[in-house]
Write a protein that binds this ligand. Sequence first.
Ligand SMILES: NC(=O)c1ccc[n+]([C@@H]2O[C@H](COP(=O)([O-])OP(=O)(O)OC[C@H]3O[C@@H](n4cnc5c(N)ncnc54)[C@H](OP(=O)(O)O)[C@@H]3O)[C@@H](O)[C@H]2O)c1
Length: 272
Amino acid sequence: MVTSWQGKVALITGASSGIGEAIARRLAAEGLTVILVARRLDRLDALAGEIRAAGGQAQVIPADLAQEADRLALFNQVGRKFGCPDVLVNNAGFAYYGFTDRMSWETAHALLDVNVTALVHLTRLFLPAMLARRSGRIINIGSVNGVMPSQGTALYSASKAFVHAFTAALYRELVGSGVTVSVVLPGPVATELFDNSEKMENGFRIPAEKGAISAARVAGSVWSLLRRPHRYVFVPWYWRWTALAEAYFGWAMDLAGPLLLKRTKEKGFLQS
Ligand SMILES: NC(=O)c1ccc[n+]([C@@H]2O[C@H](COP(=O)([O-])OP(=O)(O)OC[C@H]3O[C@@H](n4cnc5c(N)ncnc54)[C@H](OP(=O)(O)O)[C@@H]3O)[C@@H](O)[C@H]2O)c1
């Protein structure tokens, strides 16, 4: 068990907005040194400035995590400056809302690169050093979409299902090693995700935008997980029902799909 988090180092990907930014603020407020990673340097610098002004410690490392060269450069830079971080938060990600047949391959490729490949690569890069010193925490940000895949988010749901399965298997590999890995499974969260993600057509409904919780609430769950590691946590807890619902009532979701998603008439499918 880690007895004090003061001065520990946490690397947070996707820290320039939303959930990653909230996690960075929370961990810095709890006394950790945070390494902020994303592409938008201006946002990272502004966040680091606010954290330092509040008495915290923050370091900015810009990186496009879709690029293998950037991931390796990040690993080397962190190694030179901090050695191995105590906490790795794999949070960076984005979504695509629309019919899969209309999604460009470039979008699909980029989504897999960020949501899946970068998460595996960073884990693979930092895990050996964590194991060697028999301590470390890896927190992966999944989604209830990975537990109950929904129409209109096929690839995003699949990327998050990967995160869920990867975390579960790795957790079992790591038992007794001193290193833990957890997946955080939020329902809808009020962030820029819905604005930043490509939507195929006007009026495309994203039911998830309704009833979203704050990113700070997810950050609170991450902080709890660091102190009391579990394999997974739903945020809020009541999204647990999705696991049972998918197993026993997935057929109802199959039927409800057309109500949530509409194709235009010329595509010869459902239309309003
Ligand atoms: N919002 C929700 O309802 C919700 C629910 C469940 C799970 N999640 C998950 O939570 C995580 C954070 O999303 P969010 O809701 O906080 O959305 P967000 O505000 O759009 O944040 C996404 C973060 O990912 C970073 N990112 C995206 N592509 C990147 C790349 N190629 N290289 C480096 N960083 C990249 C973005 O930074 P730059 O653009 O500056 O690079 C940004 O900091 C994602 O994994 C998402 O799937 C979100």
